[in-house]
Design a protein around this ligand. Structure first.
Ligand code: NZQ
Ligand code: ZN
Length: 384
């Protein structure tokens, strides 16, 4: 196992009826800015619950943060924060709202051009306090310190990480997810599945506990995913899916293990270029990436075939790895998710050429062994 350090300062407040507990967590002297997206929280009553909990507090609202939150919109919020003297941000919505709010928190205190946080990985020395009511199980953003932001003008999508943007607390009330459109529920399941795989399906450095956590999340997704799709009001299934999503990217399963975020990095390009949802891009790239990189990932994919998909342990490893790839694709299809670029009317060759060009320009090299060069990324995309 590799060395690691870990500290997560986020308080998780989980369960039905938790939104009212916000009032116990934010000091009364704070000037709060509630941030949200396109209006789902108005329709499903979540905003009303938040406002009831904040009765007597000093707060205003900033709405309109888009899915794949846009730098341009977030900078409007930064102006509002600075002019209004807000000192606490409360994100209410999905991962995009929370990621956007993490960026607002950092950019509001940043000296210089905030785009550097994303494009140049500039150091973040300070950020506003933030917390959230998360309404979509997918990103794990409620218990991690990452965020992914897009820029319309340049069609770019970049991630940043900073310990300064861990939420102070996260309210996870699974009831808020009853209103999710099916497509978003599926996005969340695929995103969580892929997060787990980016931290598990690499090479083995003897991390059996982390591996079992990872595969436990996958087994739970395989069982609970179809349940929520069949019965969207199934509270326990919704709760289990949510906790899978949170634990899928709160870093526990990657501690001391080897990670590979290539599927995400290539997927981000597909979102930036074609506007596909994050969860759509992952179901396209993951199986293709596994096929091209099978030799590197063989041991872990074989182990997954035995432990998750019930394959015979005496089969050759290569065959076991194929079983994992095929069964995973089958699961994505079962929950109604396409796995090919052509199914979205995207020409794989065109996409591959553009992504290779971008990776060459940026010097992007991916993969846990640093061997996914722009040429290999081309192969992955052209076969996706
Ligand atoms: O904008 P509103 O009206 O709120 O509607 C949203 C949005 O249209 C809707 N929605 C959210 N909760 C709902 C709901 N509709 C009904 N009922 C609810 N309870 O769902 C739509 C999608 O929301 P979004 O926040 O974009 O989805 P998600 O949570 O999947 O976030 C995706 C973003 O997270 C980034 C992705 O790149 C993408 O930009 N990621 C962030 C990560 C992180 N912070 O660690 C890691 C991930 O890998 C991911 O990259
Ligand atoms: Zn993701």
């Amino acid at each position: 196992m590799d060395n690691f350090e870990f500290r997560c300062p986020t308080k998780i407040i989980f369960g039905a009826g938790s939104i009212e507990k916000i009032k116990n967590e934010i000091p009364h002297d704070k000037k709060i800015l509630i941030t949200y997206g396109g209006g789902s929280i108005r329709k499903n009553g979540v905003l009303k619950q938040v406002k009831e909990a904040l009765n007597g507090f000093n707060y205003s609202e900033f709405g309109g943060i888009e899915p794949n939150p846009k730098f341009e919109t977030l900078m409007d919020a930064v102006t509002m924060v600075k002019e209004g003297g807000y000192d606490f941000l409360l994100a209410v919505g999905g991962g995009s709202v929370l990621d956007g709010t993490k960026f607002i928190a950092a950019a509001s205190k940043f000296e210089g051009d905030p785009w550097d946080i994303l494009a140049k990985g500039a150091q973040i020395n300070d950020a506003l306090e933030l917390a959230d009511v998360i309404t979509l199980p997918a990103t794990g953003s409620e218990m991690n310190c990452g965020a992914v932001i897009s820029r319309i003008s340049t069609k770019e999508k970049f991630a940043f990480m900073s310990e300064k943007v861990y939420p102070k607390f996260s309210i996870i009330d699974p009831q808020t997810t009853f209103s999710l459109p099916e497509k978003q529920t599926v996005n969340g399941i695929v995103d969580t599945f892929t997060h787990v795989m980016e931290q598990y399906a690499t090479y083995d450095v003897d991390t059996p506990l982390q591996d079992q956590w990872a595969l436990g999340i996958i087994k739970t997704l395989l069982e609970e995913g179809p349940k929520v799709l069949k019965d969207p009001q199934n509270y326990n299934a919704r709760a289990n899916i949510f906790w899978c999503a949170t634990c899928g990217l709160n870093y526990w399963i990657s501690l001391g293990a080897v990670q590979d975020w290539s599927t995400h990095m290539i997927g981000h390009e597909l979102t930036a270029l074609y506007g596909l949802d994050h969860g759509e891009t992952l179901a396209i790239i993951l199986p293709s990436l596994w096929r091209i990189m099978k030799k590197d990932k063989m041991d872990k994919l074989a182990k997954m075939a035995i432990e998750v998909y019930g394959a015979n342990e005496f089969l050759p490893k290569s065959l076991l790895a194929d079983i994992t790839i095929k069964k995973t694709e089958k699961f994505f299809h079962k929950i109604g998710r396409k796995t090919k670029l052509k199914e979205y009317n995207i020409n794989p060759k065109e996409a591959a050429v553009e992504i290779k060009k971008r990776f060459n320009q940026r010097g992007t090299i991916l993969g846990e062994r640093g061997n996914i060069t722009p040429d290999v990324a081309y192969e992955i995309v052209v076969n996706a």
